[in-house]
Write a protein that binds this ligand. Structure first.
Ligand code: SF4
Length: 179
């Protein structure tokens, strides 16, 4: 089988608003790929931080430069943008990262260590459940869903930073590492 240098040869990108919370002003970049990139996931699993890897369903989520990236066979999702002026650069960097990993994969130890994402309800159980909206989401359940998909940081719920919720916060962190 011929091994190509580039895994991603063509892509399109779009700025997308947080679907859990329309109108929030939270945006991310979705990069759509013509090529299936799942063969590189075990190598990205090694290179990224705080990964959740579901081998069977071919989903990998991890941090790169402290930004959450979600990888699916034909998509890269770069979560929560502080600056929306450089969307093309962000998409290009994500693609370059994948292509570089693929090009150098002979020198990277692949990791098949899997960690399944917790269910949204498992996260929700430990949120304050006040639906106070201080996180910018209309409900704690919506925040839990966004947290699960790596689109927000735990600290975005200010109540969790209060002493009375410190055990809840620890529980959520134990479900998965959060930046
Ligand atoms: S700030 Fe926290 S308690 Fe309030 S709605 Fe958001 S997740 Fe729920």
């Amino acid at each position: 089988m011929m091994i190509h240098d580039k895994l991603i040869n063509d892509y399109k990108f779009e700025l997308v608003e947080d679907h859990h919370n329309p109108g929030s002003g939270n945006y991310s970049v979705r990069v759509k790929l013509s090529d299936d990139i799942s063969t590189v996931f075990p190598y990205l699993n090694t290179l990224l931080y705080d990964t959740w890897y579901d081998y069977k369903n071919r989903i990998l989520i991890g941090s790169r430069n402290k930004i959450r990236h979600a990888f699916r066979p034909h998509e890269i999702h770069v979560a929560v943008l502080a600056d929306r002026s450089n969307v093309a650069d962000i998409a290009g960097e994500a693609v370059d990262f994948v292509n570089k990993a693929w090009k150098e994969h002979d020198h990277i130890m692949p990791s098949l260590i899997q960690r399944k994402l917790p269910a949204v309800y498992e996260i929700y159980k430990f949120l304050p459940q006040t639906n106070c909206k201080k996180c910018g989401y209309p409900t704690c359940l919506a925040f839990a869903a966004a947290l699960r998909s790596g689109e927000v940081k735990l600290e975005q719920c200010p109540l969790l930073l209060e002493p009375e919720y410190s055990r809840n916060k620890e529980h959520i962190i134990s479900l998965f590492p959060v930046d």
